[in-house]
Design a protein around this ligand. Structure first.
Ligand code: PEP
Ligand code: MN
Length: 360
């Protein structure tokens, strides 16, 4: 697949304001809920309404979506509000039903993108239609698999494409539900600058309080749009309740977002600068997160040493670490002086953590 301007024509065709906003509930629950939310979003920055009809759930027994009946509710919402409608499709039957009900935008969920057979089945079912199709990143941080999903659609003649960055699953406990790994999306953006890139702060964060922050980060990185789960009664939503916001909160988030224009040379410079600074901010937060995790391990070591009555300072081990880190640092272009200073500080903090554990 070549980078192709054709991929983003749909964004321009709609003359959508920057950024493109997709919003609506995680799941369609009842006709009344679908219509109420759509009406509340009608006169806002939202251009495309979202609602999951078929819901892939991690464990059986959860709410698996209302099914095809929900497509009728979306049709009604479109007729009443003029918003474009979008939903998730995971197989050829979903595609067939979505096409029959005039759904404008289809997205492929993270759990489907991981499966080339499923994506191919969807691509075949969509062959040569002019639907807009958005591919969510796979749950695992695999850029080739993500690009592969887009390629299968492109090869089936679907040209109105886009990708949704919804973060990646990890066993590690982090402040995110799905860690962003921004560098993966940025690499995709630099390989295919004309492929619209949309951020899903709802699934990245899993928490409504963090949506503003992650949305701003995405805009600073020149994303083309945002997809935000929005519900009239988030706490009682049938799925993903912790991450949904009310339409009023969504409007507040958008009012506070700083959107940059992309016109003059100066703007190009500022955009490039903002992008680099955002990368630095991401790296700095990662450093702190890693250091925090390292100190938690130090606490566990402290507890173990306390139980076995072993001294905190183990000089042999420390010298081994230093030697190894200086060599690794050199390979990464870091001076010996810097690595020494850095690890002395880390070691000091680690010792004081262990001492705290041991001495209470
Ligand atoms: C969703 O958008 O509701 C959804 C199921 O998302 P994901 O595929 O990103 O988990
Ligand atoms: Mn959801």
């Amino acid at each position: 697949m070549e980078n192709s301007k054709a991929m983003r024509t749909w964004l321009d065709d709609f003359k959508l304001s920057h950024p493109l906003v997709i919003a609506g509930p995680c799941s369609a629950e009842t006709e009344e809920q679908v219509l109420k939310i759509a009406h509340e979003l009608k006169d806002s920055d939202v251009s495309i309404y979202r609602a999951g009809i078929w819901k892939p759930r991690t464990r059986p027994g959860g709410f698996e979506g209302v099914g095809a009946i929900g497509l009728k509710w979306l049709q009604k919402a479109k007729a009443e509000t003029g918003l474009l409608m979008s939903t998730e499709v995971a197989n050829a039957t979903h595609v067939k039903l979505a096409l029959e009900h005039d759904i404008d935008v289809l997205w492929i969920g993270a759990r489907t993108t991981v499966n080339p057979f499923a994506v191919q089945e969807i691509a075949d079912a969509l062959e040569n239609t002019d639907k807009i199709v958005l591919v969510k990143n796979p749950v695992n941080p695999d850029l080739a698999l993500w690009i592969g999903g887009v390629e299968r659609l492109y090869n089936a003649g679907i040209k109105k494409l886009g990708v949704i960055h919804r973060g990646f699953s990890t066993y590690e406990k982090t402040k995110y539900r799905n860690i962003p790994e921004w560098q993966i999306a940025i690499e995709l953006q630099s390989r295919f600058p004309d492929l619209p890139l949309i951020c899903d702060p709802s699934h990245i964060t899993g928490k409504r309080d963090m949506i503003q922050e992650v949305s701003q980060q995405a805009l600073d990185l020149n994303y083309d749009g945002l997809i935000v789960e929005t519900h009239i009664d988030p706490d009682n939503a049938w799925s993903d309740s912790a991450q949904q916001v009310t339409p009023t909160v969504l409007k507040g988030i958008f009012a506070d977002l700083k959107v940059k224009k992309m016109t003059s040379e100066e703007d190009d410079f500022n955009n490039e600068m903002a992008k680099l600074r955002a990368n630095i901010d991401i790296a700095d937060s990662k450093i702190l997160e890693i250091l925090g995790n390292r100190m938690k391990v130090a606490d566990q070591i402290g507890a173990l040493k306390k139980a076995k009555n072993v001294a905190v300072l183990q000089n042999k081990r420390w010298n081994e670490i230093l030697g190894k880190m200086i060599l690794e640092g050199e390979q990464k272009g870091l001076s010996e002086e810097f690595v020494l200073k850095l690890f002395k500080a880390i070691h000091q903090e680690s010792i004081s953590h262990q001492e705290k554990v041991i001495n209470g």
